[in-house]
Design a protein around this ligand. Structure first.
Ligand code: 5AD
Ligand code: SF4
Length: 434
């Protein structure tokens, strides 16, 4: 069949979709890029906030009306369960986040029954919270960068978050399996991998291991030809001395961490069950910046958590300033059914959430510019991505801090060039080849 996968949500979903594409191609199907050409469309859904779920389900609703074969995968399936067929009566199949590896089999079984699928072909497949997903290592390599899932699920249980309910318990893939996957990627031209896990520094924790993640990094650093290693997302508890030692030892580990803080108020952090205080979070930041003052830090913030006062919000603003985030992603609190915080009144108004969001965006705009301005005159090592989207005469790439750098002059994608920075903007650096 000619098929297409639409993806909503985080990098884990992006990676799961890639794996599904590779598995479908291996099963003899053909990936197309134009929806009109597709006989089967799969939507990979997110449910982290109600708006995210609505987008994915809305898209699927439209696709169900086109007469194509349709499948919904990902986090919203696990939340909605059988109700997914009430919301989407014409949907052919639904597959939960740990079961995507079985999609080719489901498609095969449905294709057999094609003439009657509208009436009784619908299928749902969800696996338990401890199921070991299959197909995690399926790749269809395109370009020099690849995502590699190392940890599935989440056991953090933050009060507001639906992820543990939909993605299940933590499962750390065996180190040997990850190493084999990365070696094979590198043999096929990959130069940069990004290791993925909802809380990736918890790799091995559920199996009773300490510092299994730094050990994995160290092992991957032995692979020749692997020029850059990134990973996401992080939690301050995982910023151990051993992690810093590994950072120091291996320059191929990129000096950037996405370290969601969510709030700067100790009271709210406690209510959220984040397991760190503002001071502990800032201590983790200091550890990273002490060994590299240019270490890039990005974060996630939730505004309008139940009971968040003006004082709590101001504490978030000041923490963001103290931490000196290079970039930040602000989300308006959205109660998720079944989570602890959903029992609390969602008492910050929509307008106030919007205002707090705008204030933090403006702060970040100014702070991003300030931080980037310090880099003017420095030479960045940039991995070339390709011509800039906005201006084809310009080329763009990313430095180790994941900052976007733009210059004039074509260079091959995947190569590393030195660029002297001449101009800073809040989200982008401009320079010339050095
Ligand atoms: N409401 C708003 N934002 C949320 N996030 C997670 N759950 C919620 C929620 N219920 C945000 C967090 C997380 C990011 C991926 O989404 O900031 O880090
Ligand atoms: Fe969305 Fe969270 Fe699922 Fe990622 S893990 S797709 S952010 S619900």
């Amino acid at each position: 069949m000619k098929f297409l996968v639409h993806t909503y949500g985080c990098q884990m979903n992006v990676r799961d979709s890639e794996a599904v594409e590779a598995l479908m191609i291996a099963a003899g199907h053909e990936k197309v890029s134009d929806e009109n050409d597709a006989e089967l469309v799969i939507v990979n859904s997110c449910t982290v906030r109600q708006k995210a779920e609505n987008k994915a389900v809305g898209k699927m609703g439209y696709l169900c009306s086109t007469g194509k074969m349709t499948g919904l995968m990902g986090c919203a399936v696990k939340r909605l369960k059988r109700d997914v067929f009430k919301v989407l009566p014409k949907l052919d199949f639904a597959v939960g986040p740990r079961a995507f590896g079985l999609i080719p089999q489901i498609v095969a079984s449905l294709a057999d029954k094609k003439p009657e699928r509208d009436s009784k072909g619908a299928q749902i497949l969800e696996l338990g919270d401890d199921a070991v997903p299959t197909g995690l290592d399926a790749h269809e390599i395109s370009g020099f960068k690849a995502f590699v899932t190392v940890l599935v699920g989440c056991d953090n249980r933050c009060s507001y978050c639906i992820v543990p309910d939909v993605r299940g318990h933590e499962y750390s893939r065996p180190e040997a399996e990850i190493v084999a996957e990365v070696e094979s990627l590198v043999k096929n031209g990959v130069k940069e991998v990004c290791l993925l896990g909802q809380s990736v520094l918890r790799y091995g924790v559920r199996d009773g291991k300490t510092d299994a993640f730094p050990a994995l990094l160290e092992r991957l650093c032995q692979i020749k030809g692997l020029e850059r290693i990134r990973f996401t997302s992080a939690h301050p508890k995982g910023c151990t001395d051993e992690l810093v030692r590994v950072y120091r030892t291996y320059p191929q580990i990129c000096r950037h961490l996405h370290l969601p803080v969510q709030s700067g108020s100790d009271r709210i952090l406690k209510e959220m069950g984040r397991r760190y205080t503002r001071a502990e979070y800032l201590a983790a930041v200091k550890k990273l910046r002490d060994f590299d003052p240019e270490f890039a830090l990005t974060t996630d913030i939730i505004v309008g958590y139940p009971g968040e006062t003006e004082e709590d919000f101001e504490a978030t603003r000041s923490l963001m300033e103290e931490a000196g985030f290079d970039n930040s992603f602000v989300f308006k609190y959205s109660p998720r059914p079944g989570t602890r915080s959903a029992k609390l009144p969602d008492d910050v108004s929509v307008e106030e959430k919007e205002r707090r969001d705008q204030v933090l965006l403006a702060d970040q705009e100014r702070r991003g510019l300030e931080r980037n301005s310090r880099l003017v005159g420095t030479v960045r090592e940039v991995m070339v991505e390709g011509p800039s989207k906005r201006n084809a005469a310009r080329w763009s790439g990313r430095d180790g801090g994941n900052r976007i750098v733009v210059w004039e002059g074509a260079r091959p994608a995947g190569s590393v060039v030195k660029v002297r920075i001449t101009e800073a903007h809040s989200q982008i650096l401009i320079g010339e080849l050095a």
